[in-house]
Write a protein that binds this ligand. Structure first.
Ligand SMILES: Cc1cc2nc3c(=O)[nH]c(=O)nc-3n(C[C@H](O)[C@H](O)[C@H](O)COP(=O)(O)O)c2cc1C
Length: 355
């Protein structure tokens, strides 16, 4: 069984390969009566799409989305919403060299080991083309959680971190890195460009904050909001680590340091801190839900790396073609979408049980 579906009440399935004629998603379980059009989805796809600057892959995909079902007279009907994007910029010849060799760090060997056969063009199903459909499905999810605002930004590239003192929300959309620190963004221009020119790549840390999540979303044991968030985020290509709130840093604090002290106020409890990242016992507390993810450096690089071919013979792999020098940059809108999809599912789950 090849699992391509995520969610419990708001479920979405993605399909398609990098070099197939199209990719798509089916979002099922969306409540009826929500205003939805392609214009609600397209801006999020435009944020993720490749070829926008020299710090991302030079593939040119317009990623124009079409809604094929589930919407009538501008509103969701409660039936499955089918979303489709045509693939328009495939260059299969770029990948002919990796047909018989395995890019170390990529999915090539693992796919062959599992299936014995793989669509190597652009990485087939392992290509991050799939993440375009999560972004499209995420835009539908955002309509379900209109009360929530989600913001993701790149906090670190190649080990160079933003300075929290320079945090400027408006700066995020002003530079090509989704970076809230103008000084860091300036430094990253050279950092990422140097890596690209050297035939190398860099990793990144992306932070995502959801505000306006009311207390009560989540479940105590096997559908914890944090475990679903972690699972959802880890399902994004190239993410190798997820932290909720202080994450691993919490292990370095004492109980009193880590406590989010509470006091009464007219609008419910007030918290002195948010080490927990807005989730306790698997359930949202009403504080911002905070999640941090680690993107590994792109594995398709021009620098030769030792590998093997399909016959098991030693070889060297040097990946040509058009690749992102730092996948975390284009991964940022995908992280936002995944946050929206998990929260929307939990909103509907909460409503189903608690009204
Ligand atoms: C938005 C985005 C763009 C990506 N672009 C590339 C790319 O150009 N080249 C590449 O080798 N990997 C790229 N990746 C990562 C691969 O898809 C991923 O490393 C591969 O599928 C193996 O899966 P894993 O890293 O999760 O183990 C990208 C990932 C994301 C999220």
């Amino acid at each position: 069984m090849s699992w391509n579906t995520f969610g419990r009440v708001l479920r979405f399935t993605t399909w398609g390969e990098s070099h197939g004629p199209a990719i798509g998603a089916v979002v099922d379980g969306c409540p009826p009566g929500i205003a939805l059009s392609e214009a609600d989805i397209q801006p999020f796809l435009d944020a993720r799409k490749p070829g926008q600057n020299k710090f991302t892959t030079q593939r040119k995909e317009p990623d124009a989305v079409r809604i094929l079902s589930g919407v009538f007279k501008g509103e969701t009907t409660g039936t499955p919403i089918s979303l489709l994007i045509e693939n328009t910029d495939q260059r299969s010849k770029d990948y002919s060299e990796i047909a018989n060799t395995y890019r170390p760090g990529h999915a090539d060997y693992a796919y062959d080991a599992k299936y014995g056969f793989r669509d190597y063009r652009g990485g087939g199903r392992s290509s991050a083309r799939e993440t375009a459909m999560r972004v499209a499905a995420g835009a539908v999810a955002r309509k379900v959680i209109g009360e929530v605002r989600i913001l993701a930004y790149v906090a670190e590239i190649g080990g160079d971190r933003i300075d929290p003192a320079n945090f400027d929300r408006d700066e995020i959309a002003r530079n090509p890195f989704w970076c809230p620190d103008a000084e860091a963004a300036k430094r990253w221009e050279k950092l990422v460009d140097d890596a690209r020119k050297a035939g190398s790549s860099l990793g990144a840390v992306v932070e995502c904050v959801a505000t306006g999540v009311p207390p009560g979303w989540g479940a105590p044991v096997y559908a914890k909001l944090d475990s679903d968030l972690a699972g959802g985020m880890m399902s994004i290509n190239a993410i190798k680590g997820v932290e909720i709130g202080d994450g691993f840093d919490a292990a370095r604090l004492t109980g009193e340091q880590n406590a989010d002290a509470m006091s009464p106020s007219e609008n419910g409890p007030e918290f002195a801190a948010n080490h927990a990242g807005g989730i306790a016992g698997g359930i949202s507390t009403g504080q911002p839900v905070v999640c941090r993810v680690a993107f590994k450096p792109t594995s398709s690089i021009l620098t030769p790396v030792a590998s093997i071919d399909r016959e098991g013979k030693a070889t060297e792999v040097r990946t040509k073609g058009r690749h992102d020098p730092c996948v975390g940059i284009r991964g940022t809108p995908v992280v936002e979408a995944m946050m929206a999809l998990v929260l929307a599912d939990h909103k509907l789950l909460h409503r189903a049980q608690c009204g």
